[in-house]
Write a protein that binds this ligand. Structure first.
Ligand code: GTP
Ligand code: MG
Length: 335
């Protein structure tokens, strides 16, 4: 259930905006970092093209959705014309090729839900995950990138929230907390619901972009250069928004009934999604609808114990922003 609690925002919250903005600037990847990423893609392409001349490489995840930091890994999707049941074999062959070509720590992972090759680039030291034919990830990468171009406060909020989540240990899906992707969707959804709105709902607008993935249409308005002034009426600063974001997740979100939905620009009910009872391991304790794979709850990894940890962390962050004299120190204290 909820613990709705009205807290009046401290009057001097905006004093923390300059500190948060300089943190944001320091998180953005440098030009040097981006150049190293391009180099990695180049050597990877060279290596792969010998074996699979018709293959294409797509960047996805935070190296392409603009929510990357200098600590982000590189995610690559390998497009190749094979039947899905041959994926494991391709993963093994690809791992062999990359190892032979001098990439470090090459590891084929064929037991996980998503089969990948994981490796380290010796030139940059970056860790890199390569998946095969995961086009939903390519589509949602473009969606996130387009949202990021509408109002810079999205990037500011999301990079700071991701940084917080990593330091506080709540950005680890294998331990039952949320992915970076889930946090970015939480930020988009939050900004879609501010009054006045800071972000529109691109999937509710006339589609100008359509990509079909496994029979599902991924369609939305992608001419975002036309939306540059969308959020201009809302004057909230990053400190105000960060405060409100944590307060929402600490006290206002209805965990029992609501699903966060970037697709609709609103919250929708668990009832309507049939996410009310546990199916297999999916518990739906915090519900974040994937914008394209709508049967997918990004909160499915969260269990009874980690939902408690998450909510305690949201409450901790909210109260630090409310009461602390120097919130940036405590907020990002490693757990
Ligand atoms: P960092 O690496 O932490 O900077 O962020 P990231 O956005 O790259 O996150 P991550 O490496 O966890 O995931 C990479 C990408 O995979 C995401 O940006 C999404 O495009 C995609 N992705 C991750 N999890 C899911 C999921 O559960 N469903 C779908 N459809 N895509 C996902
Ligand atoms: Mg990544």
């Amino acid at each position: 259930g909820t613990r709705r609690r009205w807290v009046e925002r401290r009057h001097d919250i905006d004093a923390f905006t300059p500190g948060l903005l300089s943190l944001y600037e320091s998180l953005k990847p440098s030009e040097e970092h981006k150049a190293k990423q391009r180099q990695l893609i180049e050597s990877l392409t060279k290596s792969v093209i010998k074996e699979w001349p018709n293959a294409q490489l797509h960047l996805y995840g935070s190296c392409a959705n603009s929510f990357g930091t200098s600590h982000s890994d590189v995610d690559v999707c390998f497009e190749i014309d094979i039947a899905s049941e041959d994926t494991a074999q391709v993963v093994l062959t690809l791992a062999g090729t990359l190892h032979k070509d001098g990439f470090h720590n090459v590891e084929p992972i064929t037991s996980a839900r998503v089969q990948i090759v994981r490796m380290t680039d010796p030139g940059s030291g970056f860790s890199c995950d390569i998946c095969i034919n995961k086009f939903f990830a390519v589509a949602n990468t473009k969606l996130l990138k387009d949202y990021a171009q509408i109002d810079e406060r999205l990037l500011q909020l999301a990079l700071i929230v991701k940084h917080w989540a990593k330091l506080r240990g709540v950005n680890e899906t294998f331990r039952g907390t949320l992915s970076s992707y889930a946090y970015v969707l939480m930020c988009i959804s939050f900004l879609q619901q501010r009054e006045p709105k800071i972000l529109p709902c691109l999937q509710a607008m006339e589609p100008t972009y359509i990509m079909v993935v496994d029979g599902t249409e991924c369609a939305y308005f992608d001419e975002v250069h036309q939306l540059q002034d969308f959020g201009a009426e809302n004057k909230e600063s990053i400190a105000e928004l960060l405060w409100a974001f944590f307060h929402y997740w600490a006290f206002d979100h209805d965990y029992r009934n609501d699903v966060i939905s970037v697709r609709t620009g609103n919250t929708i009910s668990k009832q309507e999604k049939n996410w009310t009872t546990r199916v297999g391991n999916d518990r739906h304790l915090i519900c974040i609808e994937d914008p394209f794979e709508t049967s997918h709850d990004l909160g499915r990894v969260v269990d009874r114990q980690t939902i408690r940890i998450l909510r305690e962390e949201f409450e901790r962050a909210a109260s630090i922003l409310q009461y602390d004299d120097d919130p940036c120190v405590a907020l990002f204290e490693p757990y």
